[in-house]
Write a protein that binds this ligand. Structure first.
Ligand SMILES: *[C@@H]1O[C@H](CO)[C@@H](O)[C@H](O)[C@H]1NC(C)=O
Ligand SMILES: *[C@@H]1O[C@H](CO)[C@@H](O)[C@H](O)[C@H]1NC(C)=O
Ligand SMILES: *[C@@H]1O[C@H](CO)[C@@H](O)[C@H](O)[C@H]1NC(C)=O
Ligand SMILES: *[C@@H]1O[C@H](CO)[C@@H](O)[C@H](O)[C@H]1NC(C)=O
Length: 244
């Protein structure tokens, strides 16, 4: 698999420590305007896109994942909504209702876009992209603090954990796994998360996650929190100190 052609965003020194429980996030974690093709206001493509986003509100929350397609070539649009594997239907709907409109706003007139929030992602395109690994865009997020555990050990434990989570996520129907491992003297814990879009086969999910894991050194090695968000999958790591 090729490495990403474009690295969309480097958001360093997040003011909020990366946390899987981060509650309110008005701003997306990242986004990318994908298609080179444009539409104009009031065009059939725009109407289809608005309909598509509405369908994703209905289809995604009940199971945390939804796909839809609206219209006919050349105005056909394809989209998916995905929520993080551990959130409720309500939180999922809440996230989608900001993600869809925000993508339209951030990528005006662009036929394709992807946007990531802490709790969901939305992607749409003027081509059928279902079932394909897309690694063309990656968003790196990291926390500026260094890990306290010895780096060698931290890395070893982190990659072990992520390898297990990648296996678990790719085997499960939700294509999602989270877990933790102890590091150092047992007073540090590393939390990890791995997730793929559910249109990927098991083996493609695994491939996608391995590719993201291999990118962690580009952004996040030795950092207390690191994430690689992709169009088809993503991984996160966070080290936290246990109260003794
Ligand atoms: C779409 O719009 C952008 C910005 O206006 C322009 O640079 C680009 O060439 C357009 N793309 C196509 C395929 O016309
Ligand atoms: C990636 O992670 C974000 C944030 O945790 C989540 O909202 C999104 O659904 C995930 N996307 C994929 C493809 O796993
Ligand atoms: C983290 O470690 C790097 C390399 O050792 C160092 O340059 C940097 O100042 C450290 N950052 C913090 C926040 O401690
Ligand atoms: C963990 O425990 C060791 C040994 O007691 C200590 O040296 C280290 O500073 C502790 N780390 C943290 C993050 O508390």
């Amino acid at each position: 698999m090729s490495s990403p052609k474009a690295i969309a965003y480097f958001l360093s020194l997040l003011s909020i420590i990366f946390s899987l429980q981060k509650a309110h996030a008005a701003d997306p974690l990242g986004y990318s305007c994908l298609s080179p093709n444009n539409f104009t206001s009031g065009s059939p493509y725009e109407l289809n896109l608005i309909k598509l986003i509405g369908r994703l509100y209905l289809k995604t929350p009940p199971i945390g994942y939804g796909e839809a397609s609206v219209g006919r070539h050349p105005d056909q649009t394809y989209g998916l909504g995905l929520c993080r594997g551990d959130i409720s239907s309500w939180a999922c709907l809440d996230c989608l209702t900001k993600a869809g409109p925000e993508a339209l706003k951030l990528c005006p007139g662009t036929k394709g876009a992807v946007i990531w929030y802490d709790e969901c992602m939305v992607k749409y395109m003027d081509q059928d992209f279902f079932g394909q690994i897309d690694t063309s865009v990656a968003v790196y997020l990291w926390n500026g603090n260094n890990v306290s555990a010895p780096l060698g050990l931290f890395n070893q434990k982190s990659y072990e954990l992520l390898g297990q989570l990648a296996d678990e996520a790719s085997m499960g129907p939700k294509r999602y796994a989270s877990g933790h491992t102890e590091v150092g003297y047992g007073n540090d814990t590393i939390y990890g998360l791995a997730q793929c879009t559910r249109d990927l086969s098991s083996s493609d999910c695994k491939k996608c996650l391995s590719n993201e894991i291999n990118q962690l050194p580009n952004c996040c090695e030795g950092k207390q929190g690191g994430r690689v968000l992709g169009e088809s999958c993503n991984v996160s790591l966070y080290q936290s100190m246990n109260p003794i």
